[in-house]
Design a protein around this ligand. Sequence first.
Ligand code: ATP
Ligand code: MG
Length: 367
Amino acid sequence: MTTIPDIATLAGEAAAETSGTATARARSAVLETLIQRDPGRFRILTGDRPTGRLHLGHYFGTLHNRVRLQNLGVETFVIIADYQVLTDRDAAENLPEYVEDLVLDYLAIGVDPARSTIFAHSAVPALNQLLLPFLSLVSVAELSRNPTVKDEIAHSRQSSVSGLMFTYPAHQAADILFCKANLVPAGQDQLPHLELTRTVARRFNDRYGGATPVFPEPEVLLSNAPLLLGTDGVKMSKSRGNAVTLAADADETARLIRGAKTDSERHITYDPANRPEVSSLVLLAALCQGRTAQEVAAGIGSGGAAALKRTVTEAVNDHLAPIRARRAEYGRDRTYLRQILRDGNERANAVADATLTQVRSAMNSNY
Ligand code: ATP
Ligand code: MG
């Protein structure tokens, strides 16, 4: 495999701290410039848990960037993180359907399986084997203070917390590093995980890398909507019943948006700090229409929440219409979806095997 340099190395500057969202946003703007200049120097890994259909939070948080960067020529890996379903679910009875639905959503938004590798991590043994050395590089304290893990535990459907829940940021490090990705287009909730991935990469290189680092230290690419809120005013999420999915039809979309939480102030403004629910709706219309949130808010003015919701519904339905049409088209052939996954698994396995060979050799366990 060709060596993908760190973005920091490319920029000739120290890698930016990615923990704070403001810092990560600023860094993302720098990354954008670097990507435009030389897309071939980047490799992306992103993905989703097959816990349900993808929604507008995914779309504007990460999916849109994946397709945009793929089309710019950035090599792209899209992971379906099926083991991670078991972090907070007892069983995975709907798994095959959810996995196929993810593939369907990807195709509908424009992920091209000829250029991007779509795969499921349970189908790539060498990727999972990286988890063992990686776990030896992080402390229990580091795993248990991860704020995203804490949040997911709070919303978990299980009565006790599984070991997999605590170790999943390290598993995610394996997901990202197996293909030596240096760029991860993701939402804000992924920032703590990426920090851990960078730590793992750094420690592995320090301990085993010798003169040549084995892994890059990947960075997050945030979009303009790193934390889109759902209809109840908290993070739009598959598991919270507050999401408008890509697959929903126009009527269901209208119903969901009609029921969205707003506030009692009639004049519509874009003020995320003080009016999160209204501002999130304004932002949604703006993202769909390619306008600024301020323009959308000014256009509605004193029209109130009803006018805002009408604008958002129309904007979302117009924007998603072609995606929904393609989704329906691809959905007629489930065999094709499975074939895409099989091909992707095969490509991912070849990459993971090569990385594991390198890791074994770096760790002196190549017998
Ligand atoms: P679950 O509730 O099952 O955890 P989820 O809706 O949080 O599902 P994930 O599969 O955990 O979705 O997230 C996949 C990707 O989408 C991640 O990069 C995540 O940051 C991004 N993402 C998810 N929800 C949002 C959101 N509301 N706004 C922006 N990005 C999001
Ligand atoms: Mg999640």
